[in-house]
Structures are given as structure tokens and as C-alpha cells.
Design a protein around this ligand. Structure first.
Ligand code: ADP
Length: 373
């Protein structure tokens, strides 16, 4: 049931265009072979003429044949080598230089292979294959970028339009009624707060993706952080009659190495989701468990659960299971919380593991490196 949080992007599932067929390693055409073939042909024709001639002895015929064969061979071989194969070798050398510049891992052991035509075919095939992969990757990134832009504009539109609506209604006369004025101003402020959260989250995720944000890793006590998170979320949980249970005793300590502020952000996101999406009168359990080198962090709820098809996708930016539940009706966040959490946990060299089934609640786990005693 447990699933790793590695994202599966919709765009990445697109089937890549078929690659050109690999060059067949069949008959090899080298200058020697061509020279031998032509020489045998010419010598064969001469042999027929010499055979018919009544003036020549057997020895002279053999000598004539050998001389014709050798002359033909040398002539054809050197003209091919000099004119065609050397040119091809030059092209190959340029290709090899170009390739080594860009793809350093390619070995140059093929440099001295005796068959330049086959070599060139191989090289062109490898380059085409690489280029094709690069094109596929660029197309995938472009699709992702387009999708991201569409999502961002949609997410920005919602709170802006809401705040705009309330303010215009007030300006159109609703301001005169004190009760309506307060209510609409509060709603406009709530929408703008949502907008602020969204923009902050967008900045955070883009900085995390660019690698600008460095984790400030220090030793800290996870259990103490757990208490802090509980205090911060207690009133929100109470509003839905949800109980948060800390499974470890307050005097226990779990010293780990990590960025305390960022790990707090992850715990808040997990527990805030459990409050938002959990059932009223439900429960949330937070626990820490020491292993040999790492400490396991577990957040569990007895909410509606998440079906397997969404397990990887909920870590994508803006992915929501229930698209119809907007921020206003579900109290949902920016849709970036788990994407940000995934980046933070990965920056701590760990992964978020999800264990959930519809109707059976949700458990999220990750590990942190234990601090040395
Ligand atoms: P949001 O801002 O929408 O909460 P998140 O990235 O935090 O964004 O979560 C993505 C989606 O995953 C949520 O919209 C919700 O559908 C689902 N989800 C997250 N946590 C839970 C949970 N504990 N129980 C049920 N669904 C959840």
C-alpha cells in the first residue's frame, strides 16, 4: 500500500517518438574489400583474354594475371583510401570532437575501428538518439511550463476576483450598512490573505526548485518541535472537533539533524491537511521513532483517506483530489503544500512515504538523520 512520493508528471507519461532503427552490423565495406573485389573482377576478365591467346605460355599467363591483380588492387585501394575513406575519416573525426565536447562519457575506443562507414553510421545513430531524447525532454518541460502557467493564473484569479467583487459591492453602496461593510471587508481581507499565502508558496517552491534555498541544518529536538506544532494548530483542530495526539511522552527527546524551520513547515502542512480534509470529531496522531541512524516521523489521521491513483499526484504542484472543493468551501490551501514538503524532505535526503486507502485514513512518513549522542 505504501507508495513513494516520486512525482509522476502527466506530461512525462507521453509515449516518446520511436527512435530510428539501430544500424545493422552486416557486411562491412572497407577499402580493402572493395579493392579486392574490383581487382578480382578485372584480373578475371584479363585471365579470360590471356587464356584465349595462343601466343603466351602458362607461366606468362599467371604472371600477367598476378600483375593485373596487384596493380588493380593498389590503384583501387589507394584511390579509395585517399579520396573517399580519408574524407569520411575527417568527417568522423569532426563528429567525434563534437560528441566528446558535449557527451564526455562517450569513450573514444571506436576511433581506431577499421570500418569508417559502419563507424559513421553508428555515430550518427547515437547522436540522433541523444538528440531525440533531448527533444522529448524539452517537449515535456515545455508542456509542464504551460500547465504551470495555466495553474498559476487560475489560482491567482480566484482570490483577486473575490476581493475585487467585495470591494466593488461596498463602493456601490453596501458600505452604508455597517454590518454588511464589516462582513465584506473581512471577506476581502481573507481573499487577500489567501493570495499572500499563494504568492509566498510560489516563491518558496520556485526557490526550492532552483536550489536557491539552502537548508540550515542544525541539531534539534523533534519532540519539542512536535509540541510547538500542536500548540499552533490546536485551535484550528478544535474548530472541527479534531483531537491531536502526541504519542511520545513530553520528556522524551529525539535529537535529529535538519533545518528546524523547514521541518516545522512540513509537519504543519501534514497536520493542517489532516485537519482540513479529516472528518469532524476525528483524530490525528504524531509520533517519532528512533532507528539505528535515522528517526522516523509519522503523521496519521482517521480521515477519508486517499485512493492509490492519487498517491503520487498529490505531491505535484496544484494537484487537488477534489477539484470542486475550492478554498472557500474546504478551507484548502494553495495546492502547493505537499509539493513544498516533498522538496524539503528530499533536501534532507529522505522521501515522503504515503500509506492510505479510501475510508481508512492517511499516514505520511519520512526519516531524519539522528544527531550523534
Ligand atoms: P492543499 O493546499 O490543497 O491542501 P496540498 O499539496 O497540501 O494542497 O495537498 C494536495 C491534495 O492532497 C489536497 O488538495 C487534498 O486533496 C489531498 N490531501 C492531502 N492531505 C490529505 C489528507 N490527510 N487526507 C485527505 N486528502 C489529503
Amino acid at each position: 500500500m505504501a507508495t513513494n512520493s516520486t512525482p509522476t508528471n502527466s506530461a512525462s507519461s507521453a509515449t516518446p517518438a520511436p527512435l530510428p532503427p539501430s544500424p545493422k552490423k552486416g557486411t562491412k565495406l572497407s577499402s580493402q574489400r572493395i579493392a579486392i573485389l574490383i581487382s578480382v573482377l578485372v584480373a578475371g576478365i584479363i585471365a579470360i583474354y590471356l587464356g584465349i591467346s595462343p601466343y603466351l605460355e602458362f607461366k606468362q599467363r599467371v604472371l600477367g594475371l598476378a600483375l593485373t591483380f596487384s596493380a588493380c588492387f593498389l590503384l583501387v585501394y589507394f584511390s579509395y583510401e585517399a579520396l573517399i575513406f580519408r574524407e569520411i575519416n575527417n568527417i568522423y573525426a569532426s563528429l567525434e570532437k563534437f560528441k566528446r565536447k558535449e557527451f564526455k562519457q562517450m569513450s573514444n575506443k571506436f576511433l581506431f575501428r577499421p570500418d569508417p562507414l559502419q563507424r559513421i553510421k553508428d555515430e550518427i545513430y547515437h547522436l540522433a538518439e541523444r538528440n531525440q531524447k533531448e527533444i522529448e525532454e524539452l517537449k515535456r518541460l515545455q508542456a509542464m511550463r504551460r500547465e504551470f502557467l495555466a495553474d498559476v493564473s487560475h489560482e491567482l484569479k480566484t482570490p483577486i476576483f473575490a476581493a475585487q467583487g467585495f470591494i466593488h459591492t461596498l463602493l456601490d453602496g453596501a458600505m452604508d450598512d455597517e454590518r454588511v461593510r464589516d462582513k465584506f471587508l473581512q471577506k476581502a481581507a481573507k481573499s487577500l490573505d489567501g493570495l499572500d499565502t499563494l504568492v509566498q508558496d510560489l516563491i518558496t517552491i520556485s526557490q526550492l526548485e532552483k536550489g536557491v534555498i539552502q537548508m540550515k541544518k542544525k541539531t534539534f529536538d523533534l519532540n519539542e518541535l512536535g509540541q510547538e506544532v500542536l500548540e499552533q494548530l490546536e485551535s484550528k483542530a478544535k474548530a472541527r472537533n479534531i483531537t491531536i495526539h502526541l504519542l511520545n511522552a513530553p520528556e522524551e527527546s529525539f535529537m535529529v539533524i535538519g533545518d528546524r524551520g523547514r521541518i516545522k513547515q512540513v509537519l504543519i502542512n501534514f497536520m493542517d491537511n489532516a485537519i482540513k480534509y479529516g472528518l469532524e470529531n476525528g483524530n490525528i496522531w504524531l509520533s517519532f521513532q528512533d532507528g539505528k541512524k535515522k528517526t522516523l516521523v509519522t503523521v496519521r489521521d482517521d480521515g477519508p483517506g486517499i485512493s492509490k491513483q492519487h498517491h503520487n499526484r498529490i505531491f505535484e504542484r496544484f494537484y487537488r483530489i477534489d477539484k470542486s472543493r475550492t478554498k472557500d468551501t474546504s478551507g484548502g490551501g494553495s495546492g502547493l503544500g505537499l509539493a513544498i514538503s516533498k522538496h524539503i524532505v528530499e533536501a534532507h535526503k529522505s522521501v515522503i512515504v504515503i500509506d492510505s486507502e479510501v475510508g481508512k485514513g492517511t499516514t505520511l512518513r519520512f526519516k531524519l538523520i539522528k544527531a550523534k549522542a
